[in-house]
Design a protein around this ligand. Structure first.
Ligand code: GLU
Length: 425
């Protein structure tokens, strides 16, 4: 196994997959993972790339690039979202699929990891174009997806709407009704109550668990939340309901600061009535997006993009606790800086696992044909997240390492067991 150090400042991880491997290598070394198992995990099981011609509203044909990577099916069918964004590429999908393998293992779900995406700008496309694109992508991936094979879900740029289109196209190609082929569906079409807020809820549970370890009372704690989409907005609301004062919020249109605490309910109402963007909300003063990350708060929740906490940002961070709502918000180069500063980082593969946890509950309900109340879903979710947190915390203590590496070790233990038990050719 080639072991890269993750400390050399000159070695920036341009590739997101390299950023995954950097952490994998550190965890593998501390834990003592066998080279054979490490080698398997360094290489995704399957990578599919398709060209998707779509007739646009202007009568012109546009060909989109679509991706799906199955990183591992050792612990169960591959699971992971589909992202619509302009930076979607082989490398990003590969990285995100590997994170799903580790995330599902940390959350103790019977799933492997996968991820998909289409290189497109959904903000500039009509609803009709998006529907045609989603259905054409599903038909192109008809042999990849499957209730017990590979199960997509929403991710950046997609939501329940796209999942309903996906199920429709899949049902038509497979001549039947297969709600469990995807999760994150609208409630009423096989979606689960509680799924929409689940990732934000997991962020809240992780925050409370970490604050308890730090012996901090949520009522005396301030936070900044980057991102006001599905993850950030629910996280801000739920953290606020626990008594945490949210002093900064931001999305791709505006970043706001209010020392007395932002009225999150008012922000949510504003965004709902304002085309889902924060621009124009007057509940705080406008600051630069970079200022949110280094704001004078106790808890920082990056819940938007990857690679935002760089070395530079890490050097200036004032928060004592970072809860990674986004996938990959911290670069490998920033990890040791945060560790040296004593900042506790609850890593993405633990902190944002609430979404896939309730995806699993949705899939179970689809198989079972019986649906749970929101309270039942939330109770099971909270118990599952708390157990995952405790397991990661214990691994971090046992191996005298960070929570991130503790989470990787917790995942590696499970995946290694599966690989060794199943054997290979
Ligand atoms: N896209 C989400 C994630 O990155 C959810 C995945 C899922 O529910 O399968 O965790």
């Amino acid at each position: 196994m080639t072991t890269k150090t993750n400390t050399a400042p000159a070695e920036q991880h341009e590739s997101m997959f390299d950023a995954v491997l950097a952490r994998l290598d550190v965890a593998a070394k501390i834990y003592g993972l066998s080279d054979d198992v490490a080698n398997i995990l360094r290489n995704p099981q399957k990578q599919v790339k398709v060209s998707i011609p779509v007739m646009m509203d202007n009568g012109k044909m546009q060909v989109f690039e679509g991706f799906r990577t199955v990183h591992s099916t050792i612990l169960g069918p591959s699971k992971g979202g589909i992202r619509y964004a302009m930076d979607v590429c082989d490398d990003e999908v590969k990285a995100l699929s590997a994170w799903m393998t580790f995330k599902c293992a940390v959350a103790n779900l019977p799933y492997g990891g996968g991820k998909g995406g289409i290189k497109c700008n959904p903000r500039e496309m009509s609803v009709g174009e998006l529907e045609r694109l989603t259905k054409a992508y599903t038909v192109a991936m008809a042999d990849v997806f499957g209730v017990d094979r590979d199960i997509p879900a929403p991710d950046m740029g997609t939501s329940g709407r796209e999942m309903a289109w996906l199920v429709d196209a899949y049902n038509k190609t497979h001549r039947g009704d297969f709600p469990g082929v995807t999760t994150g569906k609208p409630v009423g079409l096989g979606g689960s109550l509680g799924r929409d807020a689940a990732t934000g809820r997991g962020v809240m549970i992780s925050t409370l668990a970490a604050l308890a370890k730090m012996k901090l009372d949520p009522k005396n704690v301030t936070a900044a939340v980057q991102g006001f989409g599905n993850v950030g907005s629910h996280a801000a609301r739920l953290l606020n309901e626990q008594g945490i004062k949210i002093c900064a919020i931001g999305d791709h249109t505006a970043t706001l600061w209010n020392e007395k605490g932002i009225d999150i309910k008012a922000a949510l109402d504003y965004v709902k009535a304002n085309g889902n963007i924060l621009k124009g909300f007057t509940g705080g003063v406008e600051i630069k997006p970079s200022e949110l990350l280094t704001a004078n708060v106790d808890v920082l929740v990056p819940a938007a993009l990857q690679n935002v906490i760089t070395e530079d940002v890490a050097n200036n961070i004032k928060a004592k606790l970072i809860i990674e709502g986004a996938n990959g918000p911290t670069t490998p180069e920033a990890d040791p800086i945060l560790q040296q500063k004593g900042v506790i980082v609850v890593p993405d593969i633990l902190a944002n696992g609430g979404g896939v946890t309730v995806s699993y509950f949705e899939w179970v309900q689809n198989k079972y044909g019986h649906y749970w109340t929101e309270a039942e879903v939330n109770t099971k979710h909270d118990a599952s997240m708390n157990a995952a947190f405790e397991n990661v915390w214990n691994n971090a203590e046992q191996y005298k390492t960070t929570m991130r590496i503790g989470a990787y070790i917790a995942a590696l233990k499970k995946v290694e067991l599966g690989i060794k038990a199943k054997g290979w050719y």
